[in-house]
Design a protein. Structure first.
Length: 321
């Protein structure tokens, strides 16, 4: 159901442009998620504020502020994708796609702060008692709000997976944390009415741990990519298979992949027969580059080694020793 809804959103706002390898299309995915999140959070926070004032519910007013704070993280997504879609320039020949990873780090930090605040408030409530007040009507409102926020999270996750974006997945967890908070407030309101005041605090501590773990995973992944993380085994195997599928390639080694978001910088060595002409070796290298580019968007640099290069290197080392 969520996927069908996402397909409808893409058909309306992207008008058939679905290639995530295109930086412009990738940016449109990010803008769609970001502005949808900003609009949804603003509407929900205003509704909660109005109902909180009407019902005189402190829980609703606090959750309204929490929901509005998510506007900031969604704005980070929009700004990040806007910067990432800029064309390559002299200072950044591979483009600006890594700004997405910086945006993911920022969102992970904000998510970590949310988790810490959950843990702090839950611990204080466990120590000094639960002061949640409200009504069954307020609890129902919070449950509806939680359902809406979870739906927003699922849309963000779907969009994030389609373009393999950590920033969108991180924003999805902000939505999910707000959904969880709304459900906790609803549970606390009902539990407090029946004398179980500590339920909210216990649930809050468990959820805060989950949020902090997610923030760490997202931040660690983005930071590792920025520091030059090695390609996955699956990426290397795919590149090896593509290169070896070209006639004339005897073997492949020293595969390197540098991740720049929507653009990958790939380099590798191919081994060819020593007896073929230089022109033929160049043709083979060009075919390898073309085949890899068809599957991996970005730049590909192929270095050609003759199949006796190791023997020559060993002879040279023997002479030097």
């Amino acid at each position: 159901m969520i996927q069908r809804f996402t397909d409808w959103l893409l058909s309306v706002f992207l008008r058939g442009h679905r290639d995530p390898a295109d930086p412009e299309v990738r940016a449109r995915y990010g803008f769609l998620e970001g502005w949808l999140s900003i609009g949804g959070n603003i509407v929900l926070s205003l509704v909660k504020l109005f109902l909180g004032l009407t019902l005189n519910s402190v829980s609703l007013l606090a959750d309204a502020a929490h929901t509005f704070s998510d506007v900031v993280t969604s704005a980070v997504v929009v700004v990040g994708f806007y910067a990432a879609r800029r064309r390559p320039d002299k200072e950044h020949p591979f483009g600006h796609g890594r700004i997405e990873f910086v945006a993911t780090l920022v969102i992970a930090l904000l998510l970590g702060l949310v988790g810490l605040e959950f843990a702090r408030s839950s611990f204080l409530r466990l120590l000094y008692g639960n002061k949640v007040a409200g009504s069954i009507a307020a609890a129902v409102i919070m449950l509806v709000s939680g359902a809406v926020k979870e739906a927003m999270a699922l849309v963000s996750i779907d969009l994030g997976r389609r373009i393999d974006s950590g920033a969108l997945l991180a924003d999805a967890w902000h939505h999910r944390s707000d959904a969880i908070a709304s459900v906790l407030v609803a549970v606390a309101i009902v539990a407090a009415r029946y004398g179980f005041a500590s339920v909210d605090a216990v649930f809050g501590l468990l959820v805060s741990g989950l949020i902090l773990y997610t923030a760490w995973e997202l931040g660690h992944s983005a930071g590792s990519t920025l520091m030059g993380e090695a390609p996955t085994t699956g990426q290397v195997q795919e590149i090896l298979a593509l290169a070896k599928s070209v006639p004339g390639v005897l073997s492949v080694h020293d595969v390197a992949v540098h991740d720049y978001g929507s653009v990958k910088a790939v380099s590798l060595h191919i081994v060819v027969d020593v007896d073929i002409s230089f022109d033929r070796a160049h043709q083979i290298a060009a075919q390898v580059e073309k085949r890899i580019k068809e599957r991996v968007p970005g730049t590909v640099v192929v270095h050609v080694d003759p199949n006796n290069v190791k023997e020559e290197d060993e002879e040279l080392l023997t002479q030097l020793s």
